[in-house]
Design a protein around this ligand. Structure first.
Ligand code: NAD
Length: 304
């Protein structure tokens, strides 16, 4: 008998086609946690995006459940402890959005450097403010990457194509590793002191909490900007607000925040900050890739 997979979020059609090669697939989106718990007993696998939550009640009700697939990076919406307690495997696709996030980091750098959001708003209001928007080039600038894993490395490749110098700080990276990407390993405070653009690509760990803090912001050049497409966890947002508001640094491009959705934060209201609502992985390509990777990982478990 074919295995049964429940797609409880909108998963890309091409990924669902892959799943149909080895399983019966039901797409049931928009159900509440209670409604999902009632039908969980019918399925060998469930696949979700960032919603709905896969709760303990749902996992306990999943008498046949062998695997939970999260078509995306984080596992925040899956009760991993409840899954482990019942021997249910959990799979995700952290590699699916690497290119999308790297391109997004470069987009934020250019948006801040050339004031694109403000210039667009100005023209939309019927003005022709050419003198107001004097930008600078990426060419010849030093990019400091904090975190040189999957995404940091892809950002480095693109930055080199723009003619930037690249310095990196990552405890897991040797000078030899960095050299492969034409980058130089330096100590973290060196990045804050010397980089023109700092781009953060670290995971959320106790050691990366508020890694960008008041002291390090004070080390930055007044002309420097900071871009964060990793996790809000890595930045002390009050200290960043102060540095931006008092023009101690030139600007910031932010995709991620300590608390999401962002509510009542003064950051998006700043003239020198380009803030967007966690769009790093929001591309057709990343969504298709995430769906396909997770469906393949589920296949391996269900057909083992
Ligand atoms: P990765 O695991 O491949 O790389 C992370 C790197 O950070 C590792 O090389 C690690 O050694 C390094 N690191 C850890 N602690 C450090 C520290 N204190 N200082 C410097 N470096 C440190 O991860 P990745 O796939 O490159 O993802 C990076 C970040 O991007 C993660 O936080 C991830 O959640 C986030 N992300 C965001 C989006 C988005 O939509 N904006 C999408 C995907 C991933």
């Amino acid at each position: 008998m074919k295995a049964r997979i429940l797609a409880a979020s909108k998963i890309h059609e091409s990924a669902l086609e892959l799943a149909k090669e080895y399983a019966e697939v039901d797409v049931k989106t928009g159900l509440s946690e209670d409604e999902l718990a009632k039908i969980m007993g019918d399925y060998d696998a469930i696949v979700v995006r960032s919603k709905p939550k896969v709760t303990k009640a749902m996992i306990d009700a999943g008498t046949k459940l062998k695997v939970i697939g999260r078509a995306g990076v984080g596992l925040d919406n899956v009760d991993k402890e409840a899954a482990a307690a019942k021997g249910v495997k959990v799979v995700n696709a952290p590699e699916a959005s690497t290119i999308s996030v790297a391109e997004h980091a470069i987009a934020l750098m250019l948006s801040v450097y050339r004031d694109i959001p403000k210039a667009r708003d100005s023209l939309k209001q019927g003005r022709w403010d050419r003198k107001l928007f004097m930008g600078c080039e990426l060419y010849g600038k030093t990019l400091g990457l904090i975190g040189f894993g999957r995404i940091g490395k892809e950002v480095a490749k693109r930055a080199r194509a723009f003619g930037m110098e690249v310095i990196v700080s990552d405890p897991a990276i040797s000078s030899e590793d960095a050299k492969e990407y034409n980058a130089k390993c330096v100590e973290i405070n060196e990045v804050f002191k010397t980089a023109d653009i700092i781009s953060i690509h670290v995971p959320a760990l106790p050691t990366t909490k508020d890694l960008v803090n008041k002291e390090r912001l004070a080390m930055m050049k007044p002309t420097a900007i900071i871009v964060n497409t990793s996790r809000g966890h890595a930045i002390d947002e009050d200290a960043l607000y102060e540095a931006l508001n008092e023009k101690k640094i030139k600007g910031a491009g932010l995709d991620v925040y300590k608390k999401e959705p962002l509510e009542g934060s003064p950051l998006p209201g700043l003239d020198n900050a380009v803030c967007v609502p966690h769009l790093g992985a929001n591309t057709d390509e990343a969504q298709i890739m995430a769906g396909k990777i997770v469906i393949e990982k589920i296949r391996e478990i269900l057909t083992a």
